[in-house]
Structure formats: structure tokens, C-alpha cells
Write a protein that binds this ligand. Structure first.
Ligand code: PGA
Length: 259
């Protein structure tokens, strides 16, 4: 997956179907199709079916913000990977808001990774430490545990479809984005864990993204950072101009790397 920079818009619980559709309409006119950048939008689940028909799939892929790990059954209010099959290419799994607001346990997260893979959807496994874990020096321990648990039942072959997003919880939605040094260090550690579990080839190939208060101002330096293969963008992805500019930046860094 590392041949393309992955730029994912996480719209969270923003935009209704009409707003999402209008955004995509104007956004597509602003961005070009680039071989070195994959733009992904994770809209509200309600907009997924409509957008899956509307979007120019050469320019934009869709992601689910969440899914349930059983394929069907008595699970009121849930949407399964099986139901999302063919509508989305990616799914965010284990986002910190799911972990911390909704108390999503590790067991569900690894089952969701499995369910996505089983249904041909690429999981974007989100991991990251809280402010107090960082202040107690536990960042590496947390990342280690989340990787080991989230990827427990995954094979080296299946790792080809997985991306990992490093999103320190204290940086999400706070404007307090992580320093380049901290991101580089965390991503190096993440790759070392993947290497430990799956070997050097998989660790070298897996896409690792950064997320947490990414803005147009900071996007370029993360994309230039060694080992960062893309961005997971929340707040800034709700602004059409800003998100389009972030995608353009990714194209520039991507093509510079390819030279
Ligand atoms: P943020 O959100 O860019 O608004 O910090 C990122 C995310 O939650 O994925």
C-alpha cells in the first residue's frame, strides 16, 4: 500500500446526506486524480449508499467510520462489514472515540479487523496513547498492546490490506498536534512491532498514517516525515478548501518521493 499516500477524511458525526453530497460534488471538481495519492472520505453511515453511487471512484474511495463484526443477526443499531461490502473500500477500526467514548474493547476491535478483511474491506486500525499514558511514559507499551491485540488473528498476507493510523488521543480535536519528532518516533516503534509480528517485508510495506489536529499548515511536515504514509484528518477535512489543499500537498510530496 505504501506506493500511495493515503489521505483520509474522518467526518465523524458531521454533515447530513445533502451536505455530504454537495461537499463531494464541489470537492471532486477541485482535485485531480493522482496515481500517488488515494483520497478517502469517511462520511456518516447514512450517506455511504448515496455517495457510493455519486463519487468518481478514480478520485475518491469511501470508508466506514465503524462496523460491527458479526455478519448478520440480532444486533440492534449495528451495521455489519457484510452490509458495507461493495459500498466502501476502507473502514476505520478502533478510533479513539470508539475506544474511549463508547468503551469499545480490544476483543471487538480485533474482531472488526477480521470482519473487514473477510468482507473485502481494508481496515485502518487506529491506535494511540492518552495524555496521561504519555505523561507516565507508557506510550510504547500502549502502542505495543494495541497492535498485538488488534492484529492478533491477522496473517502476513492479510497485512497487505491493512493500514495503521497513529493518533495520539491528546492530539485529536484539540489543536494540540504531535511534534514531528514524536510522530517519527512512534511510527518507527509501530513498524518495529509489525516487524516483530510479521517480519521485515510486511513492516516495510505497511502504510502508517498520522492523525490528530492535522491542518493545512502542519500537513506538509507530517507528509515529509520519514515513515509517514498519509494522514487521517478530522476537523480540517470539513473545510472544502483546506482539505483539497491537503490532498494537493500529498500529491507533491508523493511525486517528490517517487523521483
Ligand atoms: P482531528 O481528528 O483532525 O479533528 O484531530 C482526527 C481524527 O479523529 O481522526
Amino acid at each position: 500500500m505504501r506506493d500511495k499516500k493515503l489521505i483520509i477524511a474522518n467526518w465523524k458525526m458531521h454533515f447530513n446526506i445533502h451536505e455530504a453530497s454537495l461537499f463531494v460534488h464541489s470537492f471532486e471538481a477541485k482535485i485531480k486524480q493522482h496515481r500517488d495519492v488515494q483520497v478517502v472520505i469517511a462520511p456518516t453511515m447514512l450517506a455511504v449508499p448515496a455517495l457510493s453511487i455519486q463519487v468518481d471512484h478514480r478520485k475518491i474511495k469511501l470508508a466506514a467510520q465503524n462496523l460491527y463484526w458479526r455478519d448478520s443477526g440480532p444486533y440492534t443499531g449495528e451495521v455489519s462489514a457484510n452490509q458495507l461490502r461493495g459500498l466502501v473500500d476502507y473502514a476505520l477500526i478502533g478510533h479513539s472515540e470508539r475506544r474511549h467514548i463508547f468503551g469499545e474493547p480490544e476483543r471487538d476491535i480485533r474482531n472488526k479487523v477480521q470482519a473487514a478483511i473477510r468482507n473485502g474491506i481494508k481496515p485502518v486500525l487506529c491506535i494511540g496513547e492518552t495524555a496521561s499514558e504519555r505523561s507516565m511514559g507508557e506510550t510504547q507499551e500502549v502502542l505495543h498492546d494495541q497492535i498485538a491485540s488488534g492484529l492478533r488473528n491477522v496473517t502476513a498476507e492479510e497485512m497487505e490490506s491493512i493500514a495503521i493510523a497513529y493518533e495520539p488521543v491528546w492530539a485529536i480535536g484539540t489543536g494540540n498536534n504531535a511534534s514531528i519528532h514524536d510522530v517519527a518516533e512512534a511510527i518507527k516503534f509501530i513498524r518495529a512491532q509489525v516487524k516483530h509480528l510479521f517480519g521485515a517485508k510486511v513492516a516495510g510495506d505497511v502504510s502508517v498514517l498520522y492523525g490528530g489536529s492535522v491542518s493545512l499548515d502542519s500537513a506538509g511536515s507530517y507528509l515529509d516525515c520519514d515513515g509517514v504514509d498519509g494522514l487521517l484528518v478530522g476537523g480540517a477535512s470539513l473545510n472544502l478548501e483546506e482539505f483539497a489543499e491537503i490532498c494537493k500537498k500529498a500529491h507533491k510530496t508523493g511525486s517528490a518521493l517517487a523521483k
